[in-house]
Each structure stands twice: as C-alpha cells, then as structure tokens.
Design a protein around this ligand. Sequence first.
Ligand code: SF4
Length: 325
Amino acid sequence: MNNHNILLDIQNLSVEFRTDDGVVKAVNGMSLQIERGKTLGLVGETGAGKTTTALSILRLIPDPPGVITDGSITLDGEDILAAGKHQLEKMRGSLVSMIFQDPMTSLDPVLPVGEQIAEVYILHERISRQEAEKRAGEMLELVGIPASRGRDYPHQFSGGMKQRVVIAMALACNPKLLIADEPTTALDVTIQAQVLKLMKELKSKYDMSMLMITHDLGIVAEVCDEVSVMYAGRVVEHGTLEDIYEHTAHPYTEGLFHSIPNIDARARRLIPIPGLMPDPTDLPPGCPFAPRCSYAVEECGKALPASISLSDTHSVACILRQKEE
Ligand code: SF4
C-alpha cells in the first residue's frame, strides 16, 4: 500500500483498563490501516476490543481506568497519541467523527436537532449562528429530513430518523474518517438497509474513509472494501472481501461465518462457536482462540501466533498457516 494513500495507520496498539478486579487487557498489539476513500469492516464478537480501538482513535478512552500502554495511531499524518487537548478538539469533527449504536449517545434530548447540528459548525468553523442554522438545514435535507424539522426535539423522531440526524451531525464538518460503531443494530431490517444505503452514498459524495464496526458479516459484504477480524484485542485475519469470504484462513473467521446471522444467510442453520472469549484479565500464553478451536494442536498453547502474509492483501495469525508456508 502506498504510504500517501493511507489515511489511518494503527500499529501495535495496546490498551488496558486498571480495575479493582485486575488489569483488563482490552487491546493487545492491534494493527490496521485504512486507505483514503475506502471502508474497512472491523468484525468480531462483543468484547473483542473493537469499540476500545475506535475510542482510542478519538482519544476518548476514559483515563483512569483506561491507559494506552503501547503503539501508535497516525491519522492523516497527525500523531494522535501525541496530540494536545486543543489539537484533539479540532481533529474531532473535522478530521474524524463517530456514530454510535444508540443515537441518544450523541443527541441532547433538550435541544432541537437543528440547533445541535448548528453547534457543530459554530464550534469548528466559527461562523455566525444564522449561517450555521442555514447549513444545518441543508445537512438535514441531505440525509432525507425536511429542514423545517430542525426545530423538533430528538424524541419527536423515530429511531431511524434519529440515526439520520446523528449522521448529519457527524458529517457536518466533512471529516476524512467516519467511524460507525454498530450504527444500525438498534434499527429494524428495512430501516437498517435505508440507513446503510445513505451512509454509502454520503461516503462516496464526500470521498471519506470509513471504519465500520459490526458483528454482522452481511453488513460488511454490503458496505466494506476490506475486513479486519478481531479476537481478544488483536487482528487475527485481514483481507479484501474476496480474501475473507472466498479464502477464509483463520478458524475464528470460519466460526463467525457459521455462527452469526447475516442478511445473506438467514435461512442457513447457525452453529455457534463453542465456549467464550478468554478472560481479558487472564489471557492464555498461546493463541487466545485455542480453547475454542477445533483445529488446535499442542503448539497452539505455547506462543502467540505471529501474523503472516498469504498474499499482498491477505494476512492471518494462525500456526496452521505458518506450517503451510
Ligand atoms: Fe486454532 Fe491453533 Fe490457529 Fe489458534 S493457532 S486458531 S488454536 S489452529
């Protein structure tokens, strides 16, 4: 990948939460890259470290108890982990924005939605209130909501409409990277499809990159160019859609295909992956997937498998693939 084309570069990121019950190792040597204009799907079960990774990009890890202990995050050439408070405030919104699963995480229940979008412009672009309100109205129209509804409060909108308002707010300052954390999980299937379509259209209109966090491989197939599969705080497989869907290389990815209901495979019988993700306060010394892996051999319990390249676009961290090399 050409360096100039890379918008987001995360290398060897580690994040832990120091709690009374022990040190929760949420992210453990995570690396990923997103090219300009591309969408990366970050996939895995709850607790894999997906949201912690996303919050690290925005430097929104609650500290304490959260601490970024290692690694680097570079976004559009900016060293995120070294950025000061003012630089971060400037970057959030204009360089990177995030959409959460629950729209009410981002919306203020006591302010009309148009005013909330206008505030984003006032904060980041220092324009007059009148101009900001005009642009807020245009942004609402862009996501399919009449500008006149800018006077309404969040509770006057349905779930899908609220998520559209959040999208309008996230895109107000034309960020280069949009992070979407399970943005449609709380919506019913028809509305989900409409919101995904809207996000795809706006992504190409604004020529943004997107990090789509999801557990739904159907959504990934619909909107993503590449996929990183995450398990116990690390990427265990990365590739293009074709690499991951046609040439699945990691036993965990294989398990996800069998166990997660998705848009394309609703009729197929689901086979859940046996067991649970390892306790993040007490990770095993070898491959963290070993206790649940039907291919595990003795060696798997000895050392963490390194990531190896299967092709220019496809990599995997599994001992079985190292043996094939
Ligand atoms: Fe399974 Fe071993 Fe590969 Fe881990 S390293 S995924 S336990 S085969």
